[in-house]
Design a protein around this ligand. Structure first.
Ligand code: UDX
Ligand code: ADP
Length: 470
């Protein structure tokens, strides 16, 4: 006999947010049925692959969670219509990239996928459906969703949107997980934020999280506060990184050491120590997009100074990538070296196969524009993805200048220069003594993550250039 579930949840979008979030909900709520649907058949097939190493997303611990729940109360499919029809709650976890054309181009988010999802919900849902915004969205997106769901009249007494005999409530429940630590972030969230207009629907969503999250950590707000809080949280985090990165340049000029400065200021409990690690620049699908959104919203309200303030975060981020690239280019020219660099890491941070907005791709592009050959290695990013990312930045990039390296250590004798782009643990653990014995001399390391021990590396004979330290 088929199991009867207490609630049916449908999640539209089986990506970096939808996949892990729904897996953890399924793990903690065995009494709920979760259907994750996507238009991308190939992605769904990967989610259903018996070989758990072939899941479309690499996230530590995700395979175990999927193994536990898949086929029991967690299902991945392309049955969008059926899953929406059966759902009490529909999460929207689709992509919201920055718009490339039209009003707000290069700043505002492209809501096509959100709108398409809302149209699907309007069409296939039955009875009352609670629609939850999970993707990061510009403030007031709920209004757009409502307009689509809403036929004409709104029942102002209980704030439920009415379309024929169907009713909808909109909830904003932004996701704060970080890639690479998604499962532990989902299992132990600092807070769960639920924004909405009717208490019944807010409680319905809170009930999901109460299965494993302490009620004190579940906070409720109005819709717009919830939407804005997500953008602001990301903007604040990115702001800290750009602040420390801007100071890394100042350290290089003054002889201060950015790692020492970070530690010294981070021990002030009012400042706190997280997100003060200097790097070649932040990446990921959220920070840039969310700041652009914030800037766009401020500017569209006529708040030019506010918009300019937040936009500076992106200016510094691009500057950090460019000045790191320039150090490498200058080194090749000054030392008259063969124009070849081995890039270690393409992912935007360790423990993920995601390369969206990765600083490594921008640096690779800068090097290619200077006719420098790049050898690229990342433990989790595949060749197709790298080719896609490079052509996304420059359609006509010189493919003959890109070599895909399977084993960086055994290929090292072809290079004078190594640039560390992602802080993968395995790079720290490389046998640097052996590498020094094989690499061409003079040997240079550009450490875009400050992960190596300077003293040890210099002692081996490498010329070392980190960020914000000599
Ligand atoms: C971020 C937010 O942390 C998360 O709450 C939100 O839901 C999505 O956006 P994510 O992009 O997955 O998560 O990764 P995060 O750990 O925030 O790192 C973003 C970028 O900043 C990475 O490129 C990382 O290497 C860089 N970073 C982070 C630094 O350069 N220095 C730091 O101190 C921290
Ligand atoms: P995120 O990082 O926000 O999770 P991703 O790009 O990883 O973003 O995932 C979004 C997913 O949403 C993609 O797999 C995409 O195919 C899917 N998607 C987008 N629009 C729809 C739609 N209307 N119906 C079903 N799936 C959709």
């Amino acid at each position: 006999m088929e199991k009867i579930f207490k609630k049916n949840i449908c999640c539209i979008g089986a990506g970096y947010v939808g996949g892990p979030t729904m897996s953890v909900i399924a793990l903690n709520c065995p009494d709920y049925r979760i259907d994750v649907v996507d238009v991308n058949k190939e992605r769904i097939n990967s989610w259903n692959n018996i070989d758990l190493s072939k899941l479309p997303i690499f996230e530590p611990g995700l395979d175990k969670v999927v193994e536990n729940c898949r086929g029991k109360n967690l299902f991945f499919s392309t049955n969008i219509k059926e899953s929406i029809s059966n759902a009490d709650i529909v999460f929207i976890s689709v992509n919201t990239p920055t718009k490339l054309k039209g009003i707000g181009a290069n700043y505002a988010s492209d809501l096509s996928w959100i709108e398409a999802s809302a149209r699907q919900i309007a069409k296939y849902s039955r009875n009352h459906t609670v629609v939850v915004e999970k993707s990061t969205l510009p403030v007031k997106t709920a209004e757009t969703i409502k307009t689509i769901l809403n036929s004409s009249k709104e029942d102002n007494t209980n704030k439920k949107t009415i379309k024929g005999n169907k009713t909808f409530s909109i909830i904003s429940n932004p996701e704060f997980l970080a890639e690479g630590s998604a499962i532990s972030d989902l299992q132990n969230p600092d807070r769960v934020l639920i924004g909405g207009e009717d208490t019944e629907s807010i409680n319905l969503i809170a009930d999901i999280y109460k299965h494993w999250v302490d009620s004190k950590r579940i906070i409720t707000t109005n819709l717009w506060s919830s939407e804005l809080s997500k953008l602001v949280a990301n903007a604040f985090l990115a702001q800290r990184i750009s602040s420390i990165n801007s100071l890394s340049e100042l350290c290089e000029e003054t002889g201060a050491d950015i790692e020492e400065v970070s530690k010294a200021i981070g021990m002030d409990s009012r400042i706190g120590s997280s997100f003060l690690k200097t790097s070649v620049g932040f990446g990921g699908s959220c920070f840039k997009k969310d700041i652009l959104n914030l800037v766009y919203i401020a500017r569209s309200q006529g708040l030019e100074k506010v918009a300019n303030y937040w936009e500076q975060i992106l200016v510094i981020n691009a500057h950090q990538r460019d000045r790191f690239s320039k150090k490498i280019i200058d080194c090749i020219e000054k030392n008259n070296l063969e124009p070849k660099v081995l890039l270690l890491g393409l992912a935007f941070k360790k423990d993920t196969n995601d390369t969206r907005e990765s600083a490594a791709i921008y640096v690779a592009n800068n090097l290619l524009n200077s006719k420098i050959e790049i050898g690229v290695f990342d433990p989790k990013v595949n060749i197709n993805q790298i080719q896609f990312d490079l052509s996304d930045l420059n359609e006509n990039y010189d493919k003959t200048l890109v070599k895909f390296i399977q084993d960086p250590v055994s290929n090292i004798s072809n290079y004078n220069l190594i640039a560390i782009m992602t802080e993968w643990d395995e790079f720290k653990e490389f046998d640097w003594q052996y590498i020094y014995s094989k690499i061409k001399k003079p040997a240079f390391i550009f450490d875009g993550r400050n992960i190596l021990n300077i003293e040890k590396i210099k002692k081996l004979g490498f010329n070392y250039t980190g960020l914000g330290r000599k």
